[in-house]
Write a protein that binds this ligand. Structure first.
Ligand SMILES: [Zn+2]
Length: 329
């Protein structure tokens, strides 16, 4: 079962989260693998999308916001788009569009940042968006301060957090064919910290410095976590191994219906309605050409197939069910 663990370090301005996507991640991979037009993800793409999924859950868990968090990568290599959407209730879906060959062992830049033109976008789309209101979007490049190509998604997102929220963040991400997992450690802003920095109040300054040291120490512990450990170990073991000397206070883990899980609004019925809206002539010509109507969901990679009998059924059913758009069948 997929799970999200939130925790704080008592008396220190540091918080953290650990996510392990198991069934939710396998649901995403299974849908893709069953799609005969795309086939399964090559291992490097799987790792990228899995890390995006874990990061998306961590970022959604990190904000107080009633809306979807959408994490996207727009690549200039064989992988064109990777997208993960996480709702406030942690239901999520994810997909990747690949147009060229991805070599075994391909790096992040070989997949999405060949010419240093790749970018990563984080969008917050409010649930009750007012007419004309734009969702908030932040975009960061896939290179570092010196223009060097970044090879870890975690570094790209750490940059984003620092730029957009001015928050020091450490991210460790990993994914394979079973698990997509991530650890986030973040330094919380201290009230009035900016003002204190300019003053000679040595006690207050020392307090801020001390708190910063706490973060540095915890950050070093977090960074010592290896990808293999993140994938293989359960949450209890990871948190204990890393932070057993720290005053860790944990919240009730979010799992099952309250935790991260796969969900996509696509369904065979919706796709059927879409096919019906094409009209009989168009559908008959597709059937004549391809023998069946195949529709893939752009958001989760699921594939829906309607053979001539299924397709005919759509139009027969439509005669008995008045259509909402009032179109003629
Ligand atoms: Zn879908």
């Amino acid at each position: 079962m997929s799970e999200l663990h939130k925790f704080i370090f008592e008396g220190m301005p540091v918080r953290g989260m650990l996510v392990r996507l198991t069934d939710a991640w396998q649901d995403i991979l299974t849908r893709r693998a069953a799609n005969t037009q795309t086939g399964p993800y090559p291992a490097p793409v799987r790792q990228l999308l899995g890390e995006m999924a874990a990061a998306g859950v961590l970022m959604q868990g990190n904000i107080k916001f009633n809306g979807a968090l959408i994490l996207q990568i727009f690549g200039d290599g064989p992988v064109k788009v990777g997208v993960v959407e996480v709702q406030p209730d942690f239901s999520l879906r994810a997909t990747c569009t690949q147009v060229g060959e991805v070599a075994e062992g391909a790096t992040l830049s070989q997949m999405v940042n060949l010419h240093n033109q790749g970018r990563c976008a984080i969008t917050l789309d409010p649930k009750d968006r007012m007419p004309g209101q734009q969702p908030y979007q932040g975009v960061v490049p896939l290179f570092g301060d010196q223009g060097e190509k970044l090879e870890n998604l975690s570094e790209v997102l750490e940059h984003y957090m620092l730029q957009s929220e001015q928050l020091d963040t450490v991210l460790v991400l990993a994914a394979d064919d079973k698990v997509a997992s991530g650890l986030l450690i973040q330094r919380l802003p201290v009230e009035g910290e900016g003002n204190l920095a300019g003053k000679s109040d040595s006690v207050a300054r020392e307090a801020v410095l001390g708190e910063s040291e706490d973060f540095s120490r915890i950050a070093i512990l977090a960074k010592s976590l290896k990808r293999e450990e993140l994938l293989a170990l359960d949450a209890e073991t990871i948190l204990h191994r890393l932070f057993w000397e720290e005053p860790l206070a944990r919240f009730e883990p979010l799992l099952g219906e309250a935790g991260p899980r796969f969900a996509c609004s696509c369904s065979r019925e919706r796709v059927g309605q879409m096919i019906r809206s094409l009209g009989t002539t168009e559908v008959e010509s597709i059937l004549a050409e391809q023998g069946q109507v195949e529709v893939g969901c752009d958001f989760c990679g699921a594939q829906y197939r309607f053979d001539p009998v299924d397709a005919a059924g759509l139009f027969t059913a439509a005669v008995n069910t008045p259509d909402t758009d009032g179109s003629v069948h």
